[in-house]
Design a protein around this ligand. Structure first.
Ligand SMILES: Nc1ncnc2c1ncn2[C@@H]1O[C@H](COP(=O)(O)OP(=O)(O)OP(=O)(O)O)[C@@H](O)[C@H]1O
Ligand SMILES: [Mg+2]
Length: 223
């Protein structure tokens, strides 16, 4: 499903602050698998995740998605693939203040042009699944940390992505909510989705549902 071939990422090429964050990574992640990218702070987890999810391009090497080489596609194709294939759960929930929980959840679906009534029903259903139905009309700034995290999960799923990308999803959750999050991941897996998570949380990478743990250090995979 996802294949990286000798991927490198160098930031600020040619300037004194040039930094080589990813140093030749070969990786295969199969369909309907749960993979965890793990390793110390600064080892390149978020950088690698953003390359996998078509959010940034590698400096060298190739990325294949479903046997299709995506590395050199023009930006508009990448944007399209990103919207239709991936759901993102970020380290910080990145929700938009001043508008409601429901509006936040619906936002990523607008570019795809779905009917508003249908979209709204889908969003409310998603909120309901994560016990957030009573908060649909609340503004983001009124939510607790765990609620905000759950809203970001519902938002990540609104376009029914086949691949879910989560960057340190449990970093701001207590133990109970972290287990709840892993239950949600298990449900996605049962639905046939592929899940890629970065984490240094043993509750995540030691979980029985994880198929593949990738240990990163200094932008390389440790054997
Ligand atoms: N845009 C950028 N410009 C320059 N350096 C960057 C940039 N983005 C990331 N880096 C550097 O690349 C390295 C890898 O960063 P990355 O965010 O991938 O680490 P990480 O493994 O996700 O760390 P953490 O566990 O703290 O989230 C770091 O040293 C970081 O400072
Ligand atoms: Mg990170």
């Amino acid at each position: 499903m996802i294949e990286l071939l000798n991927v490198r990422k160098v930031f600020n090429v040619g300037s004194p602050s040039e930094y080589s964050a990813i140093n030749g990574i070969n990786l295969h992640i199969g369909e309907n698998k749960v993979a965890v990218l793990k390793g110390p702070s600064g080892c390149g987890k978020t950088t690698l995740l953003s390359i996998i999810a078509c959010m940034s391009r590698p400096t060298a090497g190739r990325v294949k998605l479903n046997d299709r080489e995506i590395t050199s596609l023009p930006e508009r194709f990448l944007t399209d693939i990103r919207r239709k294939t991936f759901g993102f759960i970020f380290q910080q929930p990145n929700l938009i203040s001043g508008i409601s929980v429901l509006e936040n959840v619906m936002l990523p679906a607008y570019p795809l042009g779905e009917k508003r009534a249908h979209l709204k029903a889908k969003a409310l259903n998603g909120l309901n699944e994560l016990n957030l139905a009573p908060k649909a009309a609340s503004k983001i700034e009124w939510l607790s940390g765990g609620e905000a995290q759950r809203v970001s999960i519902v938002r990540a799923l609104i376009n029914d992505p086949s691949i879910i990308i989560a960057d340190e999803p449990t970093a701001h959750l207590d133990t109970k909510l972290s287990y709840r999050f892993m239950e949600i991941i298990e449900k996605f897996k049962a639905e046939g989705k592929t899940i890629i998570i970065t984490s240094h949380d043993p509750l995540v990478y030691d979980s029985a549902m994880v198929d593949q743990v990738v240990n990163l250090r200094d932008g390389k995979i440790e054997e």
